[in-house]
Ligand binder design. Structure first.
Ligand SMILES: Cc1cc2nc3c(=O)[nH]c(=O)nc-3n(C[C@H](O)[C@H](O)[C@H](O)COP(=O)(O)OP(=O)(O)OC[C@H]3O[C@@H](n4cnc5c(N)ncnc54)[C@H](O)[C@@H]3O)c2cc1C
Length: 577
């Protein structure tokens, strides 16, 4: 297959792929040999692997730089987890902030990012804020290139960023750590696509727009084509890949670079068991199997932060039935609602963001040699269920869900929780309610009721910061037609529980939107070898690499913002190499 023939090929639909594979295999013989001794079936300048925010942005950027680009996607549909997402994109110092005269200064912005993402290392007096040189330059590159990437996509009209607006709750959305003193621009860094904004459609729109641009440029996109090997020449430069397509191996040459944007590894149980504390389920798409990790390791890559993930609690009943859950328990609805552990104690501010809140599952108790918060129990009453019905994980008003337990009184409910735990014990490490659970949980509810009446939560600061209140209003808007009045208490995110039942519970476990660890890149999105030098020709962006922002989910869009930015950096660098 000559390059010009490839160039004329349009976006491939699944059904056509096998036929094309046969055709390309025949053409390979015309092309001389690849280092594997077989011919190249396809050739391009820049090969982008994965069709989500990272791979899509890399492909658009490289194509716009004049490179001949080819995109490979292993699934039969395009867009990856990006297509399922809200499509919100968190970017420092973007054009709308500038238009509004809001200064998002680099010095302050990086302090916020490092303080939140690497709190163990943060040192404001250090020139690298306490980070090693590589990580500092990576996070600096996120600041320097994020708004540039967005502007480039706008300029190309590749995404309707022209019509992008700030993601709103009832105001521009507060960051997930709006309360940190280092955060000098606590609202307004989240952009959302104008088409399908604020819904699951947003990510679909983002992915579709990137791919529509590629289609316009006649950039070929091969579906159902999974990269299975990175090919290097004798000097170690990456010069192509082997991919599996229609049951056959094909070899693709990439003259300038191979960019992976292949997502995380949430659906690779072996990798999760090896590197994550616990992951019961993930709302990422099934393509997130961490293919890049062994491929990059074979090419000599250094791994970074393999244990990181973009975390969310998941409804355990759903996750045990199917690891790929539809939705995470992102922002927990309800005001007469608390979370308790197996001892009946609250362990976290229930209104914190999903990424940080999920970490409450992980502490270890060395006195009892156990994880006391391994499973967490969401308790609520009829008011919360009715007033906020339909806000996941609450079922729609009047409906029920098998995962929601109901008791006429607390003791009946607690009995049902423990019966459920007994049934699941083979899958949960045998977690059961502790013997004093009922008494402690009732006391916890009574204490919480007092906090709700006063409007202050001295234990976990629930509702103290702007984030808690703003996001509560987005996910716990009192529904029309409920018989329950507005919350009359001083703190809108807390309301005392009813004196009498029925009461309800949903059992939550830790899960992910997807993982966020993998090969370590530098500020050019080049994958680093174990010796810290870039592996020539190999790039990564998005959830398949060590997250540029460490463990911080900086605000809504905190995963797609870096994915778009490092996709842009990789596409530009590879195309001009
Ligand atoms: C319900 C939901 C809502 C979300 N909302 C937001 C949001 O609003 N903002 C935000 O920032 N984040 C959000 N997220 C998280 C966000 O969707 C992901 O973190 C982000 O889309 C990841 O982008 P990516 O390009 O790295 O990976 P993906 O979009 O997952 O793309 C990776 C692609 O690579 C393909 N692939 C994998 N292996 C191979 C291989 N070997 N060969 C070829 N192809 C391969 C996969 O099939 C997949 O299509 C949300 C997630 C969910 C589930």
């Amino acid at each position: 297959m000559t390059a010009s023939k490839i160039g004329r090929r349009q976006v491939l639909a699944g059904a056509g792929v096998a036929a094309v594979a046969g055709m390309t295999a025949a053409c390979a013989r015309e092309n001389g040999s690849s280092p594997t001794g077989e011919g190249w079936d396809e050739e391009c300048d820049v090969l982008c692997v994965g069709s989500g925010a990272a791979g899509g942005t890399a492909a658009v950027t490289a194509a716009a730089e004049g490179a001949k680009v080819l995109v490979l996607e292993k699934m039969p549909v395009l867009g990856g987890t990006t297509a399922k997402s809200g499509g919100v994109c968190w970017i420092f110092n973007h054009f709308l902030l500038k238009e509004q005269g809001i200064e998002d200064r680099k010095e302050d912005a990086l302090k916020y990012a490092v303080r939140y993402g690497y709190s163990r290392h943060y040192d404001p007096s250090s020139p690298t804020l306490g980070l090693d040189e590589t990580r500092y330059k990576v996070i600096e590159a996120f600041y320097d290139n994020g708004s540039v990437a967005i502007d480039r996509l706008r300029e190309l009209d590749a995404v309707q960023f022209k019509q992008f607006r700030m993601f709103q709750v009832d105001r521009p959305a507060p960051d997930y750590a709006d309360h940190l003193p280092e955060n000098k621009v606590p609202t307004g860094r989240c952009l959302e696509p104008a088409v399908g904004s604020g819904s699951a459609e947003g990510g679909g729109s983002l992915a579709r727009q990137l791919l529509a641009y590629l289609e316009k440029q006649k950039t070929p996109v091969m579906l159902e084509t999974a990269v299975t090997k990175i090919i290097r020449d004798e000097d170690g430069k990456v010069i192509g890949v082997r991919a599996s397509q229609g049951g056959k191996d094909i070899h693709i040459r990439a003259r300038k670079g191979v960019i992976f944007g292949t997502g995380g590894y949430s659906h690779n149980v072996a990798l999760c068991d090896m590197h994550q504390p616990f992951v019961y389920g993930s709302c990422s798409l099934p393509g997130s199997t961490g293919d890049f990790i062994p491929l990059a390791q074979e090419a000599g890559a250094m791994m970074g932060d393999l244990g990181y993930a973009w975390r969310s609690q998941v409804v355990l009943g759903e996750a045990l039935a199917n690891r790929g859950v539809g939705w995470g328990a992102f922002v927990l609805p309800g005001d007469s609602m608390i979370l308790v552990n197996k001892y009946g104690k609250r362990v976290v501010n229930e209104k914190r963001d999903y990424n940080d809140r999920t970490q409450a599952h992980f502490p270890y108790d060395p006195a009892h040699e156990e994880y006391p918060n391994h499973l967490i129990f969401m308790l609520f009453d009829e008011r919360s269920l009715d007033a906020f019905g339909g806000a996941f994980p609450f079922p729609a008003p009047g409906a029920s869900q098998p995962y929601m337990l109901k008791g006429g009184n607390w003791d009946e409910l607690f009995g049902k929780i423990d019966a459920q735990l007994r049934e699941w014990s083979g899958k949960t490490g045998g977690v059961r309610l502790a013997s004093g659970f009922a008494e402690t949980a009732k006391q916890t509810v009574a204490t919480y009721n007092g906090y709700a009446r006063n409007g202050v939560d001295p234990d976990f600061n629930r509702g103290k910061y702007d984030y808690d209140k703003a996001w509560h209003m987005l996910f716990s808007a009192r529904r029309e037609g409920t018989k329950y009045p507005e919350n009359p208490f001083p703190n809108p995110v807390m309301h005392p529980f009813a004196e009498t039942g029925p009461y309800y519970a949903i059992i939550l476990g830790p899960g992910t939107l997807d993982t966020a660890g993998g090969p370590q890149v530098n500020e050019n999105a080049q994958v680093l070898a174990a010796n810290g030098e870039p592996i020539p020709g190999l790039y990564g962006a998005g959830n398949c690499i060590a997250a540029p922002t460490g463990q911080a989910y900086l605000g809504a869009g905190g995963t797609i913002g870096p994915a778009v930015t490092f996709g842009y950096i990789a596409g530009k660098h590879a195309a001009n190499s």
